[in-house]
Design a binder for this molecule. Structure first.
Ligand SMILES: [Zn+2]
Length: 301
């Protein structure tokens, strides 16, 4: 992760792990906006407790499997008892439903979110509350269970997430910047790719350059490794290839799905259509971000 932003200090939230409170600019902005939204509706709220987001430069963050790219954030459910411990499980007795639902609602309706992970037991409490205050019950059901339009629910079950929700945001600008800078990052060694040796039997019609391209290696590498005298190859004979394992998804264009909005805010939805891909207007922002990235790549580290 390049040019990460640390979650700022604010009386509306507590950072339980400040060293792990780094995210993309988009993630941080989304979290700030959503917690502010809770406090607008409930001015006397206790601070939200924020756990891991990512390390300053991203990468593995044990014991988490994710939290590597500044797009994941753990936020404790609001509880009705003050001074509760971090990771204290939420139950029917202590879950602050209005505030926790306000937070989840803001995440869903006001940010680009891929999914939210919450234990089923807490989901049930939140869904029940949401149905009691929302006019669009089909929308609530769609969020928690999916629908014909969305086979996958946005809020997903994960065992053990009874104390906090894990939010995975999209960060279209950061993701697009990473995609465009990928080759340069690999070239400069900021992204280290793994390799593996494979045996390959040459098929009729194969050329070395096609084989090299398919296996993310080079003609020179194949010639050197197999002691070839030239680039002529014979079908049926075997080559040892030193394949480069590409980072999964590194070259994929980011597609941000349309936000799932309740029917009552359809007016907002239609005046703010969400394209399936980053809007062309954001191209300038991506370009500016790329310049930033170029600069930080040029700086000695
Ligand atoms: Zn998490």
């Amino acid at each position: 992760m390049f040019n990460a932003v640390q979650m700022p200090a604010d009386r509306q939230w507590l950072l339980s792990l400040p060293d792990q409170a780094w995210g993309t600019e988009e993630t941080i902005a989304a979290l700030v906006r959503c917690i502010h939204r809770v406090n607008e509706g409930h001015p006397d709220s206790p601070p939200a407790i924020i756990g891991s987001i990512s390390a300053e430069h991203g990468g593995a963050l044990p014991p988490h499997k994710s939290h590597r790219t500044g797009r994941d954030a753990d936020v404790h459910f609001y509880l009705t008892r003050r001074g509760s411990r971090w990771y204290e499980p939420a139950t029917a007795d202590n879950l602050d439903r209005p505030r926790t639902w306000a937070l989840l609602r803001a995440i869903v309706t006001e940010t680009d979110v891929e999914y939210v992970l919450i234990d089923r037991s807490v989901q049930a409490l939140l869904e029940q509350y949401a149905l009691s205050v929302e006019s669009d019950s089909a929308w609530v059901a769609d969020l928690f269970h999916g629908s014909g339009e969305h086979p996958n629910p946005l809020v997903k079950h994960i065992p053990g997430h009874t104390g906090h929700m894990h939010i995975r945001f999209f960060s279209p600008i950061a993701q697009e910047r990473g995609r465009r800078a990928y080759d340069r990052l690999v070239e400069q060694g900021h992204v280290k790719l793994e390799h593996r040796e494979v045996k390959y039997t040459i098929e009729p019609g194969d050329t070395l350059s096609e084989i090299a391209q398919r296996h993310h290696t080079s003609v020179e590498e194949i010639v050197r490794r197999n002691d070839l005298q030239g680039t002529a190859i014979i079908a049926g004979s075997q080559l040892v290839l030193y394949e480069t394992l590409e980072l999964r998804g590194a070259r994929d264009r980011v597609a941000v799905p349309r936000r799932r909005l309740p029917r009552s805010s359809s007016a907002v939805a239609s005046s703010d259509p969400r394209p399936a891909e980053p809007p062309s207007g954001s191209d300038a922002m991506v370009q500016a971000a790329l310049l930033d990235l170029e600069r930080s790549l040029d700086e000695p580290r």
